[in-house]
Design a protein. Structure first.
Length: 361
């Protein structure tokens, strides 16, 4: 959920910042950086609308709902109805999309349903680069879809949906980031979010990382050029760190956010419950690891309160609470010029130790 932080409302009095709900695991693309490319037994399924309705009673306590998982949300026949159901409970709602299958009629339906934000996934600022990475996607068609939504947001009474570009940086496309800023200006998009590849499953994907596990930060010149162009064009550009730094709580923030799979399984984040067999492969700082999928209950079968108060779920969240508490103690000691003997943070949950999110990446 880190990629949504600049576009979704920040928490006020509600308990949760965001719930990420996976409505489908189907996707027509064959993106080179997706973990799907390493698995032939990908689980393809849509969430039934009756099951979705079992989630909605809990959404009054959620600020934002992201109808997004490991698939293309636009493929779900009930997507507009899902949006209406969410809006009845109060949260803002949106998703990130490849734009596949989007036309003027479906765009009108989404806007009429009350969608608040839409992120469009680009993998290049030119058709050649984008199409080579997001196989089966068409750059020109995607740009037309962005223009269409932008036109609707300008003409609409509420100036919604809010539109942003999401760009996963790879060694093969990072050179086009400055051009991406120019493209955003040209098509009227005011916010661009750059993200790192978080889940690495193949040696090729590992070679495509634009960040390091140490303090060396590559591609500085390219990023500075992009940031300069963004300032000149009045584009809000958000980019991740390209060098590691330990964080107390990752950007997914399982203390305030959670993920619900297409089958109703509640997990702390999308990266801990992919639609593949368990355990799944993860390459972390050059080493292979096999991680068990993790979930703490099924919201289709039991009350959410029972899941949230699950002893194991509480222990999972407690790791992050203790890490944040320790970091606050260290920070306060520095402010007071006091010596702090133990500056190491407590361990994160076992499942998170080999995740790049814990390195601030």
């Amino acid at each position: 959920m880190g990629i949504f932080q600049r576009f979704i409302r920040q928490p006020k009095k509600k308990q949760f910042t965001a719930w990420q709900i996976e409505v489908t695991t189907r996707c027509p693309l064959r993106c080179t950086m997706c973990i799907k490319e390493a698995y032939k037994d990908w689980y393809r399924r849509d969430m039934d609308i009756d099951n979705f309705k079992k989630i909605t009673p809990y959404l009054h306590n959620v600020e934002n709902v992201v109808l997004e998982g490991w698939g293309e949300s636009l493929l779900h026949k009930n997507l507009t109805e899902f949006i209406r159901l969410v809006k009845l409970e109060g949260p803002e709602v949106g998703f990130v999309t490849s734009g596949m299958g989007l036309d003027e009629n479906s765009a009108v339906d989404l806007v009429s349903a009350g969608i608040d934000f839409v992120g469009f996934s680009l993998s290049g600022a030119t058709g050649k680069t984008h199409n080579a990475i997001r196989v089966n996607s068409d750059f020109d068609t995607l740009i037309s879809s962005i223009r269409l939504f932008k036109k609707m947001s300008i003409e609409g009474k509420n100036k919604k949906p809010k539109i942003h570009i999401v760009y996963l940086t790879l060694a093969d496309n990072i050179h086009e980031v400055p051009l991406l800023v120019e493209l955003a200006k040209k098509i009227g998009v005011e916010e661009v979010v750059l993200i790192n590849i978080t889940h690495v499953t193949t040696t090729w994907q590992d070679s495509q990382k634009t960040f390091t596990c140490g303090d060396k930060e590559p591609y500085k010149t390219i990023m500075r050029e992009a940031e300069m162009r963004a300032r000149q064009s009045n584009i809000k550009l958000t980019r991740p760190s390209l060098s590691s730094r330990e964080v107390a709580v990752c950007s997914e923030n399982p203390l305030k956010n959670l993920y619900i799979s297409v089958d109703g399984e509640v997990s702390p984040c999308v990266y801990l419950y992919p639609p593949i067999p368990s355990p799944f492969k993860r390459i972390f700082c050059g080493e292979e690891h096999y991680i068990e999928k993790i979930n703490f209950g099924n919201i289709f079968k039991e009350p959410f309160e029972t899941i949230w108060d699950n002893k194991e779920y509480i222990e999972f969240r407690s790791c992050f609470i203790q890490r944040q508490k320790k970091l606050d103690e260290i920070y306060n000691s520095l402010l007071e010029l006091k010596h702090f003997e133990d500056s190491f943070l407590p361990n994160p949950p076992q499942h998170c130790k080999t995740c790049y999110k814990m390195l601030g990446l």
